[in-house]
Write a protein that binds this ligand. Structure first.
Ligand code: HEC
Length: 141
């Protein structure tokens, strides 16, 4: 019986993995056309965040510094795309950019602990801003 449950579980997990990868494999091409420039930039943030994590994991500090710089540039670029940004948006944007500067410096100093904390701070800011945007969609007062 136990064995049967195990086999069943493995089967379910396989189906789940398959459907997840099946979907992600199909989605980008369908989405790519309809992405606004802001969305494309935001998606690149995800890629850069992953580069930071990879750099910290493998002690590749140049990669961390480079991605921190790119993240700062993306954030400045996306800020221009938002017309009439609210004060909280501006604050979160500014925070984000300051942390990318810290992260770049800490990476150059090869300070893994400080850089790891910066990555956490960046993650928190991503979520805070997205939550804020969800609660205050553009155009709402
Ligand atoms: C100061 C605000 C702010 C910060 C900080 C921020 N974002 Fe965003 N993000 C936005 C806004 C606004 C949108 C909606 C963009 C649109 O639909 O035009 C968005 C959308 C996204 C999307 C969805 C894009 C799509 O295809 O619809 C992703 C992915 C994303 N952000 C990633 C990130 C990551 C990763 C970080 C942190 C490293 C981050 N963002 C930080 C404001 C922010």
């Amino acid at each position: 019986m136990r064995r049967f449950v195990m086999v069943l579980l493995v089967g379910v997990v396989c189906v789940m993995i398959n459907s997840t990868f099946g979907q992600t494999a199909k989605q980008p091409s369908a989405d790519a056309k309809s992405l606004t420039s802001n969305q494309a930039l935001m998606r690149d943030k995800l890629v850069q965040m992953n580069h930071v994590l990879e750099g910290l994991t493998l002690n590749k500090f140049d990669q961390v510094a480079e991605s921190a710089k790119v993240l700062g540039m993306i954030s400045r670029a996306t800020s221009w795309h938002v017309s009439d940004p609210k004060p909280r948006y501006k604050l979160l944007s500014k925070n984000f950019q300051e942390v990318t500067t810290d992260l770049e410096r800490h990476a150059k100093e090869r300070n893994t602990d400080a850089a790891t904390l910066d990555l956490v701070r960046l993650n928190v800011t991503c979520t805070q801003c997205h939550q804020f945007m969800r609660e205050n969609p553009a155009g709402s007062e």
